[in-house]
Every structure is written in structure tokens, then in C-alpha cells.
Design a protein around this ligand. Structure first.
Ligand SMILES: CCCCCCCC/C=C\C=C\CC(=O)SCCNC(=O)CCNC(=O)[C@H](O)C(C)(C)COP(=O)(O)OP(=O)(O)OC[C@H]1O[C@@H](n2cnc3c(N)ncnc32)[C@H](O)[C@@H]1OP(=O)(O)O
Length: 279
């Protein structure tokens, strides 16, 4: 019961020795013996399609497969956008089967990142709404670049949708119940200084310093003896993960039914058209 499946994942079937491995949508490198860097690289906004979510999950597992690696920095190839969250086009007039598979990939990405044996540090470069905030909150430590126009938070209600219960739980765990009520209800997007004041992030740094600060933090975590560190992470995170594992297919059904509703589709369609003003 204590050893949540996944958190102490066996590395036997995973590929070790990461050396600037580059693949579609993500770049994985190992700038130091104990720290890997996973760069999100899906232009224009690092939105999470099914394929992107699968690529990020696979890269995390690959990093975990190197026994020397103890920490992972998650960054973006775009200095102004960490991730724009879920790829909204996946939810706009979708095929039901694809929509369900998309959600399973998002669930798996959350379980993989949140449950990683690695210490994870998010180098949040720029905007990080909704699913971007999910990625950041799934990490152990969050550094965000300064600039009050950059935003992080869960803005789902503004799209006419609701965050799934497990994302709500993660938000509550991160910033507390009252602030989560305000943040979720209003679909609030926080500036870096606001996010710091509610503990949504841990540090605000200059743009040019973000990777250096994140790497330094990752090196600090990597020096902690992994046995106790991972056991502590399991204690803190397994309950939430086990609940989602048990309810995975129920959650897929809730998501599918919610997204396929006519009213939801109208809201998503209107929101998508408003983005960039181009669609
Ligand atoms: C009973 C309860 C049941 C519960 C059921 C559970 C239901 C849960 C469902 C869903 C959960 C969703 C979580 C999400 O993550 S939804 C996504 C939310 N994301 C956003 O709202 C961010 C939207 N994007 C932006 O705000 C901006 O793009 C920004 C990131 C600030 C960057 O701005 P800028 O640099 O100006 O870039 P543009 O806006 O011009 O965008 C460039 C092109 O990229 C397209 N784009 C942007 N974001 C997305 C996205 N998330 N998905 C897909 N495409 C996106 C945008 O349309 C532009 O495209 P084009 O150039 O073709 O016009």
C-alpha cells in the first residue's frame, strides 16, 4: 500500500546513457552526471497534444532509466512560453476514441511526472496556464522567470470547462483550499510575484538566470540520498496517485461526457477562435 506503483519504478526496461538525445517535441540532455534536462519543444506554444504528452512521458522514463540521474529540470525551448496547456484542438469537435486516448495520455503524463523517482525542477519560462501549470505543479520545485505579463494558474473556467478532480486536488495541495477556491472559481492567472505570494511557485528569477538557478536547485536535490528522498515523496504523493489509478477509466468517462456536451463544444470553439485571433 505504501509503495505506490510507479514511484519506485524499475529501470530495467529503460534506456540508459542520455546524451543529447533529440526526438520529436522534446529534447533530453544530461549536462551533469546526476541531472538531466528535458526541454519542451513543440512550436508555437508547447501545447500538449496526445503525441506531445506521450513524448514527455517517454523522455521522463528514459531519464529515470539512467541510474546515475537523480534530478530532472523541465524547461521550454520558447523563452516566453513554458506551455500553453492542453492542446485545445484535441477537445474541439473531436472523435470520441481519440479524445479518450488523449485523456489517458494526459493522465499518464501526470502520473509519470508527479510520481517520478527523480527530483524535478520546473524552469518556468513565461506563460504557464492550465495544463502548463499542471506540469509545473507536478514538479518538486518551481522557478519562474520575472515579467508581470507572464501568467500561471488554472484558467479552465474561463474556457467554459472545469479542471479534473485530480488537478483540483493538486492545486489545493499546492496553494491551500481558500486560494484554490478563488483561483479555480475565477479562472485566475497569476503573475510571477502573485504566484510566489500564494506558493504556487518557489522563486522568481531574471529570464537569463532561470536555467542556471534551476540546475543549481536540481544539483542540491540530487545530493540528497535517494532512498529517504524517494520514500518521502511516496508518502506525500501516493494517495493521490493511487486514487487516480483506481478511477482512471471513470475519469476518462467524465472527461469525455463533459467535453462532448454541446455547450462545452460551443465554449471551446469560441475560445479557440479568440486565440491569436487567427482561427
Ligand atoms: C464534472 C467535472 C468533469 C471534469 C471534466 C474534466 C474536463 C477537463 C478539461 C480540460 C482541461 C484543460 C486544461 C487545459 O490546459 S486547456 C488549455 C488552456 N490554455 C490556455 O487557455 C492558453 C491559451 N493560449 C494563450 O493564452 C496564448 O496562446 C499564450 C500561451 C499566452 C501565448 O500567447 P501568444 O504568444 O500571443 O500566442 P497566440 O495566442 O497567438 O497563439 C499562437 C498559436 O498557438 C495557438 N494556441 C495557443 N494556445 C493553444 C492551446 N492551448 N492549444 C492549441 N492551440 C493553442 C493559437 O491559437 C495560435 O494559433 P494560430 O497561429 O494558428 O492562430
Amino acid at each position: 500500500m505504501f509503495a505506490s506503483r510507479g514511484l519506485l519504478r524499475s529501470s530495467r526496461r529503460l534506456v540508459g546513457g542520455i546524451s543529447s538525445a533529440t526526438r520529436t517535441y522534446v529534447n533530453l540532455s544530461k549536462p551533469s552526471t546526476s541531472v538531466a534536462v528535458l526541454e519542451l519543444d513543440r512550436a508555437p506554444v508547447n501545447s500538449l497534444s496526445k503525441e506531445m504528452a506521450d513524448a514527455v512521458s517517454a523522455a521522463i522514463k528514459e531519464a529515470e532509466g539512467d541510474d546515475k540521474v537523480q534530478a530532472l529540470v523541465l524547461k521550454s525551448s520558447n523563452p516566453k512560453i513554458f506551455s500553453a496547456g492542453l492542446d485545445i484542438t484535441e477537445m474541439n469537435n473531436p472523435e470520441v476514441e481519440r479524445l479518450e486516448d488523449f485523456w489517458r495520455s494526459i493522465q499518464d503524463l501526470f502520473l509519470t511526472l508527479y510520481g517520478s523517482r527523480l527530483s524535478t525542477v520546473a524552469a518556468i519560462e513565461g506563460h504557464s496556464p492550465a495544463g502548463g501549470c499542471l506540469l509545473a505543479m507536478s514538479c518538486d520545485y518551481r522557478v519562474m522567470t520575472e515579467g508581470e505579463n507572464f501568467k500561471i494558474g488554472l484558467n479552465e473556467t474561463k474556457l467554459g470547462i472545469a479542471a479534473p478532480y485530480w488537478l483540483k486536488d493538486l492545486f489545493v495541495k499546492t496553494i491551500g483550499n481558500r486560494e484554490a477556491e478563488l483561483g479555480l472559481g475565477l479562472g485566475k492567472l497569476y503573475s510571477p510575484s502573485e504566484a510566489l505570494s500564494v506558493n504556487l511557485i518557489d522563486e522568481v528569477v531574471k529570464n537569463e538566470d532561470v536555467l542556471e538557478v534551476a540546475m543549481k536547485e536540481a544539483e542540491t536535490w540530487a545530493k540528497i540520498p535517494p532512498k529517504g528522498r524517494v520514500a518521502s515523496k511516496v508518502m506525500l504523493r501516493s494517495e493521490m496517485m493511487d486514487e487516480l489509478r483506481e478511477k482512471k477509466e471513470l475519469d476518462v468517462g467524465w472527461f469525455r461526457d463533459f467535453i462532448m456536451e454541446e455547450g462545452t463544444q460551443k465554449g471551446i470553439d469560441a475560445y479557440l477562435k479568440s486565440l491569436g485571433g487567427k482561427k
